[in-house]
Design a binder for this molecule. Sequence first.
Ligand code: ADP
Ligand code: MG
Length: 850
Amino acid sequence: MATGGVYRNGSSKAPNLRTSSSFKSKLPASNVRRSIPGGATDSVSGRVRVAVRLRPRNAEEMAADADSADCVELQPELKRLKLRKNNWDSDTYEFDEVLTEYSSQKRVYEVVAKPVVESVLDGYNGTVMAYGQTGTGKTYTLGRLGDEDTSARGIMVRSMEDILSNISSETDSVSVSYLQLYMETILDLLNPAYDNIPIVEDQRNGDVSLPGASVVEIRDQQKFTDLLRLGENHRIAANTKLNTESSRSHAILMVHVKRSVLGREDDFSTENENRSHSVGNFKPPILRKGKLVVVDLAGSERVHKSGSEGHMLEEAKSINLSLSALGKCINALAENSSHVPVRDSKLTRLLKDSFGGTSRTSLVVTVGPSPRHRAETASTILFGQRAMKVENMLKIKEEFDYKSLSKRLEIELDKLIADNERQQKVYENEVERIRLEAQKRITEAERNCAEVLEEEKVKCQMDYMESIKKLEEKWSVNQQKCAANGEVPLDSVNNEVIEMKTLLQNEICLRKAAEEENNKLKLQLLKFLKAELADGNIDAMNLVEILEQESHQKKKLEEDVRALRSQLSQLSTEANQSRRYLERGGNGNTVAVLDCLSPLNHLHSRDSSNGERASIVNLHEQEANQEKIVEAGGLTSLLMLLRSYEDETISRIAAGAIANLAMNEANQELIMAQGGICLLAMTASDAEDPQTLRMVAGALANLCGNDKLQMRLRSEGGIKALLGMVRCRHPDVLSQVARGIANFAKCDSRASSQGSKLGRSLLIEDGALPWIVQNANNEASLIRRHVELAVCHLAQHEVNARDMISGGALWELVRISRDCSREDIKALARRTLTSSSTFVAEMRRLRIEV
Ligand code: ADP
Ligand code: MG
């Protein structure tokens, strides 16, 4: 035991109490090590702080011990307590705080509990415990509610006030459990129905919890004081039931403080402003979970004393089991023993973290002044002194608040999903727009390309047609040259070859027949000789003669065959020469041209006319005048003039007048009947003046338009006369000729359609086709139009098709179907081309498309 003047806490292990920091001091921020889940855990040492509080003398003590001095003497400024042994000797003890009988409850709170409460708010566990003999003021210190006198509020009430004023109601929470431990049984003071609550230890971190106890959330101070009051009432009721008193039981208040720490290094508030950062940068908020345990221990007086209060000894032992176990643990810890019997009692299990654990712990030991309880006081002081040696390693209780982070991330994710969906839609719209745009461009390009290709194709076809035409012309020139050089035209050579071949074939047949006959006769002769020899009656001479005749006949036939063969070979050579000659004259495509031209044969035609009536001379404009002129024998006179006069002017005027009269159908027949065609034909061949020729051509052209006069007009040389006039290249003449041909072709075509005429067109018969083909694309539009019409009319009838193909009119028809400025003629040409099987076949052969 301590001796006078010696500090009992002078062990080398004890902290230097003189120099130790104030009991109130908080841990410096730099010293506070974080214990981040998953990271390194650090801690800071924190010795159990002990204050001693002296209760003032109560009335009884005042009366009983009026003459004797207190057994303790306090030196608060020195933080010392002197425990008198007798009148002249005392032991001195030093504490972290020495609280005199005059110390206010406020001061006691600030010195003993406030630092612990602040640590709890920072995320540490904290313990405030009162130890002392019954009646020394433990409950007064911890549990006073201060209903009547607020200055009397104890540590529990003040702690909660401090906590509530320091937390945020939005992010933080406070909840409490209030328990009583009596005879190793834990009772829930907030719900006494839970009267045997187990202690559960977390195997991973050693934390203890009471999962069966009520945990009530505290939002305001009133609620808390109500709960304390309720708990106190339940405590009294329970003690009555157990026939004991509250000093025998331990009261334990547990306050759980959860604080969400925002705005640390990576402040979340900036996240919304900086959306570009990835979700991966999210750091969860820190959740600090501090727990304040306030323990109002049972009275520390010895067991035998309580035994006198009617308990059996065993019961009494059990009552104080927890307290003695606590003493043992503190002794072990103070002595740094290797074994601390924490598991010996429920109290020591519950307070495992408070002594030797991670909690910031303050102990207040309460003593009374009475010398009668000196021994108990000494024991209490000793307990306090030992507790001062217990070192805890403070450790912050914080963890990432994944729940809150998850909630936050979920919100963020939903926002991102919505954003993404919006962007996706925008993107899709953009893609669709680009696709449509591209489609449009492609279509446009395709159309342009198709147009260019079509133009190119038409151009190529025209070139092709042009070159074929040139080749044909060359071929015809070559043929003419052949004829002029006395060479046999290829066609006739071919025909002769064919004929010779046929002859040769016949001769070969004849020879074969003769040979067979010869053989037959030889056989017969042999048979006969055999028979005659057998009979001995042979006219050998006769037989020899017959044989000789036969062999002579044979030789003659063989010679014939040879001659024919030589003739054939000569003809073949000639034919080859002609062919080669033609090939040399052509440009390499001659064979194709020959192939194309070889089947030149008979054709036929149809016709149409636009019925155009061009006035030729304005002499007789009126029908009436014309009639009068004719009645008066004017027509006859005009024809006479044509016949008798050789003066060109008279001929011109007469022809002009006839042309005018020839516009009338009745006059046309009269002209015809009076031999007008022959006269006009004569004039046509004699006249030189283009205007005369124009008039004659005009008259003939008018006559050409009369269906009834077709045959006669032609037989009397009208067509030939018309064609003869093209020698004069005057466009006026050509225009009339063209009109006449178009008129004639129209009537011709009509007659064919009606079936009144068979065979090919008379125009073709009279050799008009070459001129028609030449002028179908005449530069003068009037001529061109007439000729185009004539071509179309001729093409109406299949019988003309072959001639038209061989004459090159097909090309013109194709051109008309493409180029003609008059849509009706163009359509007519197209229709004609596609309806004629001969044209269709030829176009397919020439690879021409309409
Ligand atoms: P314990 O809980 O230790 O048994 P209590 O707190 O019940 O003791 O106190 C016993 C009595 O002493 C009570 O009447 C209480 O009011 C009184 N008392 C205790 N401490 C003080 C004090 N510091 N000042 C005034 N009265 C006190
Ligand atoms: Mg009490």
